[in-house]
Design a protein. Structure first.
Length: 396
């Protein structure tokens, strides 16, 4: 089955002083327009009125004509219009109950970015030139764009470490479904090992944050000693941000390689539906869970499986994968976290994580065979989810 994939290719670039100043002004104007439009729509909502994108766009035109906001005309109008479209999307998600009410953008905490559509940039022969700029950006082409594809949208951003990136969204005809296989794997995430597979393989947890913790703590102490608002404090803050960025880059690179390998090797991948948001409330494990990035792992796995024609089955979080014997089906009464290996009454010795992965695989295949929903179901019309069936206890 042919699929249509739009893919973003991100590259680092090094702007000139003039380009950096122009982009910084654009970032500030985008944030200003977004916050003003959000305030206007919030006030209208209090008056029980609805403001749509067209009305917000008319407001932007009126704002540019005032003396106080005349500086909005000094930057390209396309990123400002895109900010209004993003706000409209945020309200659409809010009214559809997919997200919370939109929040105002902060100068220091929000992502500094601007989005340009095809009318605001020119691209050709490896040269990208944005509107209101005299010359092209100095981009480091770490990999080529798909042959015959041209970017439809360009997003320029600057991270907390002061690095500049350009992201190009374009059609990628190279993404095609892989040849179907009959292999399936159950995946149990953990902290001692990042993943345990039903095949018995265990993937080590690289613990990127722990590896950089001493260096990060030293940089944070150094930053705290600097006077607030001083140039030295800004330099120290940027050093802290660079360490964080290095940790994040390493983690993301490892997850990309791991998820790509799993998707290429297996037709069906079974994972557990974990509420990471609630799990990080555990003060003793919050840092380790965040460092493992289970939510990002699942996100990468799901979209790559959709690209390449693979199936991801999500088993209900209440399925007793760790307490269930994968050999005879007996259910243990208790299984504390400190128990890493255990012996069933049938004589089978289990590694806790590998046993859980095997049980997840069996439950996931049952979901596929029974036709139950891929997502865990809390209230199933006419019966319970296939992964919520009561498992009989084995008689002694």
């Amino acid at each position: 089955m042919a699929i249509h994939v739009k893919r973003a290719y991100r590259y680092r670039f090094y702007p000139t002083d003039a380009q950096a100043a122009e982009l910084s002004r654009t970032f500030g104007c985008v944030r200003k327009v977004y916050n003003m439009a959000l305030a206007a729509r919030t006030e209208a909502w209090a008056r029980q009125e609805r403001v749509n994108y067209n009305q917000s766009s008319a407001m932007l035109t009126a704002w540019k004509k005032t003396e106080e906001l005349a500086f909005l005309s000094e930057v390209s109008s396309v990123p400002l219009q895109q900010a209004l479209r993003h706000l409209q999307g945020a309200f659409t998600n809010f009214f559809s109950k997919r997200a919370k009410y939109p929040r105002f953008k902060s100068k220091r905490r929000s992502r500094a970015s601007a989005e340009y559509t095809s009318s605001a940039f020119t691209f050709g022969d490896g040269r990208l030139k944005l509107a209101k700029m005299a010359g092209p950006l100095d981009i480091v082409w770490s990999r080529p764009l798909p042959e015959g594809s041209a970017p439809t949208t360009v997003t320029v951003s600057r991270d907390a470490a002061g690095r500049w990136f350009v992201s190009m969204l374009c059609d990628d005809p190279t993404v095609k479904p892989l040849a179907a296989t009959d292999t399936a794997v159950g995946i149990d995430v953990g902290l001692d090992h990042l993943l345990a597979l039903s095949t018995g393989e265990k993937i080590a947890n690289p613990r990127h944050e722990r590896r950089g913790r001493a260096r990060l703590a030293k940089a944070q102490r150094n930053c705290a000693r600097k006077e607030k608002g001083s140039a030295n404090r800004e330099k120290a803050r940027r050093k802290v941000a660079r360490i964080h960025a290095r940790i994040t880059d390493r983690r993301r690179d490892g997850l990309h390689k791991l998820t790509t390998r799993l998707v290429r090797e297996n037709q069906t991948l079974v994972i557990e539906d974990l509420t990471v948001r609630n799990m990080v409330r555990n003060r003793k494990l919050a840092r380790a869970i965040s460092d493992a990035a289970w939510a990002e792992f699942r996100s990468l796995l799901e979209y790559k499986a959709a690209w390449y024609g693979r199936d991801v089955v999500v088993v209900d979080r209440f399925f007793p994968s760790s307490k269930l014997c994968s050999h005879c089906g007996a259910l243990q009464d208790r299984m504390p976290l400190y128990v890493r290996t255990w012996t069933c009454d049938c004589g089978t010795v289990h590694d806790r994580d590998v046993n859980a992965a095997k049980n997840l695989l069996a439950a996931g295949l049952a979901v596929s065979v029974c036709g139950a929903g891929v997502r865990p179901q809390r209230r199933t019309p006419g019966g319970r989810s296939a992964t919520k069936q009561k498992i009989p206890r084995r008689e002694p």
